[in-house]
Design a protein around this ligand. Structure first.
Ligand code: SER
Length: 873
């Protein structure tokens, strides 16, 4: 049996022999593409080439690419685990021609690889070709049909429509007709009943697509129309896990050596059998082992589970796996992290990022699992409360709103709610739940609304040039522009022939500045990179798009940002020196105001560690290391020099390195010319942002000066208030001590006042026949009045205790009536005090035997006693 690692190798070797360059896999998590969160096809990393924004270094390329299809146009999440051939994360084997060979070679080679090299029986294979689409104005792909006829009989070639045989990456962008190779893996008996031809593209678990050959000829524009591309390209993609299933002669992708050992381990952990007969258990196994891969690769690429964007997608995938484990495999504590070793072994050294970050990935998964298990148990508790309430009210159905609350606020999945409801003989209001869910979807849709127009070309330009490392000002021309609408705001975006504007990337924000022509000044509010091109944002469109402009970067913002960026490198260096080599950068933000640096480390930094890190960074700053920049150094050489690289970044063969002293990093950002320009570095906060990840925020340059100055000025003000003592700290300590003594004194005084007042109250007792009245005007707080009232009540039957107070110039009344009077006379202190409080323009309340009231008119206090007596009848 051919091992999966050998299959991967055989694919790349085959295309290497056909003159292809073997490219490494791009990261699965995308950082600089606003239209896509994850790599969803092998061709993503070549999008710029298809769109004509970049020239290919090699016109023939092949590779194995890690992909994730869980959001956007290609979304398989709900299928995963239910069937045996969809995955969240999968590998795509692909070969590409960039304006080089076209249909003939692509078709010939795919057939040769499958039937000659991999020895797949041609009688198992079917191919599809595009039949054309009237609405798009495309016609039947007769060329491919004829080419296939050289290899396969006519009755195995099927014409299919746009849904299956026209490939598009998204709603806009490069696209074209495709031709797919399908395989029929059914046994002879089944084949004799139904012809395989009938089952192609019909979601049959054993008649499946294995390879898609796309012939990229068009670009779909914003209006939905197809425009021909300048060059014709080939983009093929073959599902690696499916190919392994075919070549290893298995019934499902999950039976191949890609998954088998992970499944065995899960059987041991769960003490259950994968294919023991219960479908729900089998599905749970598949969900867990599939999702483990998606989540582990994502973390390895630097995307941790979180509450927004790509991180949220990853959190949802992991939670789906935990939920299946909880519901069907009886796990009540973290288990997925224990499968990581098997996962790493299954790749046999390919994708090294998993093994090198094993400990980190395992800790992150463990923490996520622990917290979601807690969520699940609080969700179960809430569910029990809801069911109790329903029982009390004799209701059989749990409202959709409550199910939605469980789902939305507790992260409690609806099918679990459904299951628990069912087990307890409850129904759930599915329609109302759907309504709530849809309302939420609509809300988030309108929040994320983005409309993108087509680029309008103003002038031909080959490749845009970035000159921002050396210049902040240049004479430029606009080559293309378009209109975009983001969350109801209109923007214009420009591409310039050359630009000094740095586009957001590597944590550094995009430059802002001006485009100035003879008669106009346009503000550039942001700069970003999209599909390899630098895009400048503005609120307005220049009147004369043809003019020459002076592009002027906001220099003050730029230099302050550069200081923060260089300091970030020194901080990274210092953290590794002081805390250890396990510190890896996990995210950063660098702008003109401050810097933010996220890194892996598992405990809070002590004050001493923070001081040491700060000191080391400042020492490095003061050493005045000159910036040593290599713009174009081979990646291997940079590695040899020990340059820090980030996981989840795709580096080309030649890279840029930035060095200040011993700190050396691969980096595309803007830096100061000498470390001394950073001025000084001050950490302003240190904390945790998720398990295993700490965040440091810091100031440099002017901001650090302001920070220190603010602190010094506070200190000066304190010294002035304290009348300039020789030692401010000692003076403050003495003040605190004095304050404490005074507080004690006050407390003692209060105790004396209370004691005296209590005596006076007792002396005030008057026998009014039906009851004894104690009335006294005090200077007590409401609390003290209450305390005394409760003390005096003891062993005093038939007593009414009425106290007033003007403590702090505010009128207060309290009224205590002993229980015997409450019972016999039906008096109620709470009601009575509401009447009394009118006299002091206030309000109050309480129980029948004790109540208090506060007000605003102190003069009313003198009337309280008479009024109370008049009411107590
Ligand atoms: N882009 C095509 C696909 O994803 C072929 O690689 O199927």
């Amino acid at each position: 049996m051919m091992k999966s690692t050998d299959i991967r190798k055989a694919f790349t070797e085959f295309f290497k022999d056909k003159g292809h360059f073997i490219e490494s896999s791009a990261p699965m998590v995308l950082k600089d593409d606003p239209s896509l969160m994850f790599t969803n096809a092998g061709m993503n990393q070549f999008k710029d080439i298809f769109l004509g924004f970049d020239h290919p270094k090699n016109t023939r390329v092949a590779n194995s690419q890690k992909c994730l299809r869980v959001s956007g146009k290609h979304n398989d999440l709900e299928e995963v685990g239910v069937d045996t051939y969809h995955h969240t994360m999968f590998e795509m084997l692909g070969n590409w021609s960039f304006g080089n060979y076209f249909k003939e070679d692509a078709i010939k080679w795919s057939w040769e690889l499958l039937t000659d090299v991999f020895k797949i029986d041609p009688n198992l294979l079917y191919v599809t070709v595009f039949e054309g689409d009237k609405k798009d104005g495309t016609s039947f792909d007769i060329e491919s049909f004829k080419l296939w006829e050289n290899h396969v009989s006519k009755n195995r070639i099927i014409k299919c429509g746009k849904k299956d045989n026209f490939w598009e990456m998204g709603s806009q962008g490069p696209c074209g007709p495709c031709s797919e190779i399908h395989i029929d893996l059914r046994n002879a008996a089944e084949k004799s009943k139904v012809d395989g031809l009938q089952l192609v593209n019909k979601d049959h678990p054993q008649v499946i697509e294995i390879w898609n050959l796309v012939f990229m000829e068009f670009n779909r524009n914003a209006a939905g129309l197809l425009e021909p591309l300048e060059h014709k390209h080939v983009d093929t993609g073959m599902g690696f896990e499916r190919l392994c299933r075919v070549l290893q002669n298995k019934n499902s992708n999950y039976d191949t050596d890609v998954f088998a050992s992970i499944i065995r381990k899960l059987e041991v952990l769960s003490k259950m059998e994968y294919l023991g007969g219960d479908d729900r258990i089998s599905i749970a196994f598949r969900v867990v082992v599939d999702h483990l891969r998606a989540v582990s690769f994502s973390i390895a690429d630097g995307q941790l589970p979180s509450n927004t964007g790509a991180g949220y997608v990853i959190r949802r995938i992991l939670r789906r796996a935990i939920r299946y484990g909880y519901q069907f495999l009886n796990f009540k504590t973290p288990f997925i992290y224990q499968l990581l070793d098997e996962l790493i072994l299954s790749f046999d050294g390919h994708y090294k990022e998993l093994a090198t970050q094993k400990e980190f990935i395992s800790k992150i998964i463990f923490e996520e699992e622990s917290s979601f298990f807690k969520t699940l148990s609080s969700g179960v508790k809430r569910m029990e409360e809801i069911m109790d309430q329903c029982k009390q009210k004799n209701i059989q159905e749990i409202s959709g709103k409550q199910c939605f609350e469980l789902y939305d606020s507790f992260g409690f999945p609806i099918d679990l709610t459904r299951l628990i409801a069912l087990e307890n003989d409850f129904l759930i209001d599915e329609n109302e739940f759907e309504r709530c869910l849809n309302e939420q979807r609509e809300r988030s849709k309108s929040d994320a609304l983005k409309e993108v127009g087509d680029w309008t070309k103003i002038r031909e330009d080959d490749i845009q040039e970035f000159i921002g490392y050396d210049h902040t000002k240049a004479t430029v021309k606009i080559t293309q522009y378009r209109r975009v609408k983001i969350k109801k705001n209109d923007y214009f975006q420009f591409i310039l022939n050359l630009t000094p504007f740095y586009p957001e990337g590597g944590g550094q924000v995009g430059d802002t500045g001006l485009l100035v022509s003879k008669n106009e000044k346009i503000e550039i509010t942001d700069t970003k990179k999209e599909n390899g091109v630098i895009v400048h944002f503005s609120k307005v469109l220049p009147k004369n798009l043809d003019s020459e402009f002076i592009a002027q970067v906001n220099e003050k913002a730029r230099i302050n940002t550069a200081k923060n960026h260089s300091a970030t490198h020194l901080l990274h260096y210092a953290l590794r020196k002081i805390l250890g080599e396990h510190v890896e950068q996990k995210g950063s933000l660098v702008n003109q105001y401050y810097l933010r640096f996220d890194f892996s480390h598992f405990s809070k930094l002590t004050d001493d560690e923070i001081k040491k890190v700060e000191q080391l960074v400042n020492e490095e700053i003061r050493k005045g290391h000159p910036l040593e920049e290599e713009r174009n150094i081979p990646l291997l050489l940079a590695k040899e020099k020990g340059a820090m690289m980030l996981f989840g970044e795709k580096y080309g063969d030649s890279v840029r390195t930035i060095q200040f002293g011993e700190s050396i990093e691969l980096c595309g950002g803007i830096h100061v010319k000498s470390s001394s320009q950073v001025g000084q570095f001050r950490i302003i906060s240190e904390g945790s942002i998720s398990s295993g990840i700490r965040r440091i925020e810091a100031y440099t340059g002017d901001e650090a000066d302001h920070f220190i100055n603010r602190k010094l000025s506070t200190l000066d003000k304190i010294a002035i208030l304290l009348k300039q003592p020789a030692d401010v700290l000692e003076a403050v300590k003495a003040l605190q001590l004095k304050n404490l003594e005074l507080l004690h004194e006050i407390e003692e005084n209060r105790r004396a006042v209370v004691k005296q007042t209590k005596l006076k109250i007792e002396e005030s007792a008057e026998d009014l026949g039906e009851y004894t009245l104690m009335y006294f005007h005090t200077q007590l707080t409401a609390d003290e009045m209450k305390q005394i009232s409760f003390q005096l009540k003891e062993n005093k039957p038939k007593m009414v205790l009425l106290l007033t107070s003007s403590y702090n110039e505010k009128p207060i009344i309290s009224l205590m009536i002993t229980e015997d009077l409450v019972e016999k006379k039906n008096w109620n202190a709470g009601q009575l005090i509401r009447e009394l409080s009118k006299l002091i323009k206030g309000g109050g309340g309480g129980q029948p035997f004790f109540a208090t009231a506060g007000g605003s008119d102190i003069n009313g206090l003198s009337l309280i006693k008479d009024k109370a007596i008049s009411l107590l009848v």
